[in-house]
Design a protein around this ligand. Sequence first.
Ligand SMILES: Nc1ncnc2c1ncn2[C@@H]1O[C@H](COP(=O)(O)OP(=O)(O)OP(=O)(O)O)[C@@H](O)[C@H]1O
Length: 717
Amino acid sequence: MDQEESPLKCAESTNILKLKTSNIPKPQTPTKTRSIVTEEGYYSPSLETIPSSSRLKSPSRLLNGLDSKSYHKCDRNDLENLKSQVSTRKRDLQELKSIILGLRTHNQHLEVDKDDYEDTLALSLKAFKLKSNALDNLLRSKVEVKDEVNRKLELKLKELRIENDSAVYQTEKSYEMEIKKILAEKVSKIQSQKLKLKDRKSFLKKVIDEKDAFHEKHLGELKIRYQSKQSELEKSMMDIRSSLEKDMKELEMEKSKFESYSSISENQIQELNQEKRIRLENLDNFQELKSSKNSENTRLKKEIISLESGILDKQEKINNLQKDMEYKLQRTTWLKEEMMTEELSRRKLHNKLQELKGNIRVFCRIRPPIKSETEDTIEIQVPDNDEAEQEIKLNDPRVSSESLDSPHLLSNFRSKSHVFKFDRVFEMRSSNSVIFEEISQLVQSALDGFNICIFAYGQTGSGKTYTMSDNDGMIPRAIDQIFETSNNLISEGWEYKFIGEFLEIYNENINDLLGNPNNIDKAKYEIRHDPIALSTEVTGLTSVELTSPERMNEILDMASKNRSIAATNANERSSRSHSVFIIKIIGTNGKNAKTVKGCLNLIDLAGSERLSHSKATGDRLRETQHINKSLSCLGDVIQALGDGNTNRYNKEIKRHIPFRNSKLTYLLQNSLAGNSKTLMFVNISPSSKHFSETINSLRFATKVKNTKIEIAKKNTS
Ligand SMILES: Nc1ncnc2c1ncn2[C@@H]1O[C@H](COP(=O)(O)OP(=O)(O)OP(=O)(O)O)[C@@H](O)[C@H]1O
C-alpha cells in the first residue's frame, strides 16, 4: 500500500465501516413487531396487520395461561379459536426464528468485514508511522543542509560585499577621472574660446583705437586748420581794417586838406570817390569772405560734434561687446555644468533602458521560403512599427474558414490565428546587418564587463546557422565590432585581450572544435566553475588568443572543418548538436588601473524537432532525446532564474536552478545567472508543413520571453 495514501485509506475504512453498520437495520424486538424476511432484506409490516388481542403476549405464554377448569368450560368455538391462535403463534415463532437466523448470518458477515477493515487500518497506521519517521529524518537533514547553505551564503555575501565595495570604489574613481578629464577638456575649450574672444576684443579695441586716433588726428588737423584759417582771417581782417582805417585817415586828411584848401579839382574828387568805392567794394568782398569762413567754421564745428558722438557710439559698442563677452563666458560655464548633468542622466537613462528591455530578450526571425516551399507557405503577419513589443500573427493552414463553423472541430483547432509577442519580429526581408544593429549594444556590453549569451533556437532548417555563422552573420559581425571598438578605446588607455574557445555538445558530450579532430567523440572534458571569480573552464579545451578579425575567421574555419571531419554529413551533424563559440574578454586600463572581464557566448542550438514528429529510431532517437532534454532543461533554467530570489512574503530564499540537468546549461551557468544578459533568436520556417513545429518553437520562445531576470552587474575590478 502506498504510504502517502494511508491516512486517506484509514479515513475511508472508517467511513465504510460506518456506512456498513448504518445499513444494518436495528435489531427489532420480534415480540413487538412482526418482521418478514424477504430476498432483499427485512421489513416490518404495520402493527395493524397483527390482531390486537395477540400483540402483547407470546404464544407460549398464551398456552400456559389456560387452566384445565376454564378449558372444560370452553365451548367448541372457543377451542377452535384457541387452536387457531396456537397455530398463528407457532407460525409467528417460526418466522421469528428465521429472522434471528438471517440476523446472525448478517452479523457474521459484518464481523468478517470489521476484521478486514481493522487489518487495513493497522497496515495503514504502520505505513503512516514509517512515512512520518522518514519525514522527520528528511526535515532534520533539510535543516542541516539549510544551515550549511546559510553559512556558505553568508560567506559568499561577505565576499560579494567586499568585491562590490571595491567595484563601487573603482567605478567611482573611474567616473571621477572621467569627469575630471571631461572637465579639463571643457575648461581648455572654454579657455581657448576665451583667448579667441580676448584676441577679438583686443583686435576690435585696436581698430577702435586706430579709428579714434585717426579721428582725433583728423579733428586736431581740422582744429589747427580752422584756427590757422581763423587767425589768418582775423589777421587779414585786421590788416584790411588797419589799411582801411589808414586809408580812411588818409582820406580824412585829404578831405580836410581839400576842404581846407578848397582848391581841389572836381576830377580829383571823382578819383577819390572812385578809390573810395573800390575800397568799399573790397570791404564788401572781405565781409563775404568772412561770412563764408564763418559758415565753414560752423560746418567744421558740426563735423567735430558728429565725430565726437561717433566716438561715444564706438565706446558704447565696445562696452556692449565686453558685456556680451562676459555673458558668453557665463553661458559657457552654465553649458559646461548642464553638459555634465546631461552626461550623467544619459548614462542613467542608458542603464534604465537596458533594464526596461529586460535581461532576457527574444527576437523572432522568419526565414524566407526556399524554392520548394514557395507555394506551400503559412500566412504570417508581422508588425510594421518600432514598438517595444511586436506581435506576430500566424494563420493556421490546417483550419479552413468553413471548418471553423463545424461543431465537431476540436477546441485546439478552433482558432484560425495564433498570436505571439516578442521584443522584435524580423520579417523575411530583414538582412543580417539590420538584425545586428539590434544586438550590437549587447556585444558592446561584453566589452564593458558583462556576460552575454546569444542563442539561436528553432527547428532544423529554420535559419539558425544563417543567422549566427553566415559570412555576414552575428558571429563575424560581433567579432568585427569588438575589434573595432577595442581599437577606438586604445586612446582612452584601454587594452583588450580576447581568448576564443569553440566547442560542440553532441549527445551530452563535449567536443573541442579547435583541438585534434581525431579526439572528437572520444576525449572527455570536464566543466569547472570558479565560484569566486564566477568563471568557467572546460578542462583540456583548446583556448586561442584572438589577435585580429582575420585570426578569428581562421578559427571559425578550423571549427567548421573539424566538425565536418567528425561527421559523414556535416549539415546533419550541425543540426543534431549545439555549437558554442566563447569569447572571453579581459580589458585593462593603464590610466585608471581598472580591469573588466566579460564573456560573449554565441550559441547555435540543435534543431528543436519533437520526438513524435521526427519518427526517429536507433541513433537518431538517442540524439533527439538528448536534444529535447537539453533544450527543455534550458527552458527550465531560464524560467527558474526568472522566479527570483524572494518568496511570496518577500523573504530572501535560495532557489534551486537546475543547471546540472544538462551539459549546455551547466557550461553556461555563470553566463546565464546573475550578471548576464541573454538574447534568444527564435528562427521559424514559413513552410505550412512545419506549422506545428513553428508553433512549438514560438511557445518555447514565449516562455523564455516571459521570464524577467534580475539586473545585470559588470565584472570590474
Ligand atoms: N534569412 C534568410 N535569408 C535567406 N536564406 C536563408 C535565411 N535563413 C536561412 N536561409 C537558408 O535556409 C537554409 C536553412 O538555413 P540554416 O542552415 O541556417 O538552418 P538551421 O536552422 O541552421 O538548420 P540546422 O538546424 O540544420 O543547422 C539554408 O540554405 C540557408 O541559406
